[in-house]
Every structure is written in structure tokens, then in C-alpha cells.
Ligand binder design. Structure first.
Ligand code: GDP
Ligand code: MG
Length: 194
């Protein structure tokens, strides 16, 4: 089992994204103070991995994460909302804080998520600016834009996270593969008549 933390400023849609992914539901009303941990078997490349998903809350209050659930996170979906430039600026601070707390920059799988894509007409955050940040040499993390409201790219954001883990920290998969049956055998190529 490994812990995947969903982080970002208040109101960016951490709970909404998590609930959309787990239950395929959306509501306008989530308790902003609530932190919740879920378990989910995520299928990736034909195998099942048991993952703890932590929908975090209240990071604003921590100057360091040492005392928060974020300290024990193995991988991070780092969210901002495309219609909130302040959430974008806070995301950059948040990412730095996570890394400083670990002092293990490259070993932390992260995916940057720009949520509320359905509110394109209210966009305050320029996508090119975000991409430039993501692609800079000292950051180098993938970006995906999502809508927890419509469900667009929600599944994909978690799959992208699994790809990042494979790329950066594949040992996490060894901790997360259920020991029981359920993992499909690798698919054999179909027979060819020559
Ligand atoms: P959290 O504080 O980061 O957990 O944010 P919430 O998930 O509680 O969402 C805050 C508010 O934004 C709620 O009213 C949600 O309904 C709304 N919200 C979340 N995601 C989206 C989205 O993708 N599109 C729109 N339009 N609203 C969203
Ligand atoms: Mg929440």
C-alpha cells in the first residue's frame, strides 16, 4: 500500500476530484475542513494496486508539513483551480514545501492538476505559463487539466500519477500490489498464422 495525497489550496476541488474518481459523483457542497482517507484498487497496465488516497484539508495552517498527513505521503496530486490565480501561486509554494520537508526532490512522484476546466470563461491562469513552470529543469512534472464537475480527465489524472510513479519511484508498486489473486496474467500475444 502506498499513500497518494491530494493537496492544494482550499476550494480548488480536492474533495470533488477525489469523490468524482471514487464514486463518480459531484456536489457543490463539501466540508472544507474535512480530511478523509480512502482505499482504492487502481488498475494500471493490467495489474491492480492497492492505494490509500488522502483527500487533505487545511494545509494553509502548516508552515511545515511535519505534523500533517502530507508528511507521510508517497505521491502527490497537486491541485490549483484554473479560475484562481492565487491558488496557482500557492501551489508553487506548496510544492517547494513538500520537497523541502523531504529533501529528496526527484524521488517524489507528482502530477500537477489544473481543475475546474469547465469554468474556462473564468480562466485566470495562463496554461502556457503553467507549462513553462512544469517543463523547467528543476520542476519537470506533468500537467493535466480536469473538471471534477463534468468528470473530464479525472480518471486520466490518476493514471498519469501511476505513470509518474513508474517513472520515478517504481518500488512503490511493490508495496501496493495485492497479494491475493486478482492480478491478471500478462496478456499473451494472439497467435498468428504465418
Ligand atoms: P477542496 O477544498 O479543495 O476540497 O474543494 P472542494 O472539492 O470542496 O470544492 C470547492 C468548491 O468548488 C465546491 O463548491 C465544488 O462544488 C466546486 N468545484 C470543485 N471542482 C469543480 C470543478 O471542476 N468545476 C466547478 N465548476 N466547480 C468545482
Ligand atoms: Mg476538501
Amino acid at each position: 500500500m502506498f499513500r497518494l495525497c491530494v493537496v492544494g489550496s482550499g476550494g480548488v476541488g480536492k474533495s470533488s476530484l477525489t469523490i468524482r474518481y471514487l464514486k463518480n459523483e459531484f456536489t457543490e457542497y463539501y466540508d472544507p475542513t474535512l480530511e478523509e482517507t480512502y482505499r482504492k484498487e487502481i488498475e494500471y497496465n493490467g495489474r491492480l494496486y492497492e492505494v490509500e488516497i488522502v483527500d487533505t484539508a487545511g494545509q494553509e495552517e502548516y508552515s511545515s508539513f511535519r505534523d500533517s498527513s502530507v508528511a507521510t505521503g508517497d505521491a502527490f496530486l497537486v491541485l490549483f483551480a484554473i479560475n484562481s490565480v492565487s491558488s496557482w501561486h500557492e501551489l508553487k509554494d506548496l510544492r517547494s514545501k513538500i520537497i523541502q520537508d523531504r529533501q529528496l526532490t526527484s524521488a517524489i512522484p507528482m502530477v500537477l492538476v489544473g481543475n475546474k476546466l469547465d469554468l474556462e470563461e473564468e480562466r485566470e491562469v495562463n496554461k502556457d505559463e503553467v507549462l513553462e513552470y512544469c517543463n523547467s529543469a528543476d520542476v519537470n512534472i506533468p500537467l493535466i487539466e480536469t473538471s471534477a464537475k463534468t468528470g473530464l480527465n479525472v480518471e486520466e489524472s490518476f493514471q498519469l500519477m501511476m505513470q509518474q510513479i513508474q517513472r520515478i519511484q517504481p518500488s512503490l508498486f511493490e508495496r501496493a500490489a495485492p497479494k491475493s489473486q486478482g492480478n491478471k496474467a500478462p496478456k499473451k500475444p494472439d497467435c498468428l498464422l504465418v
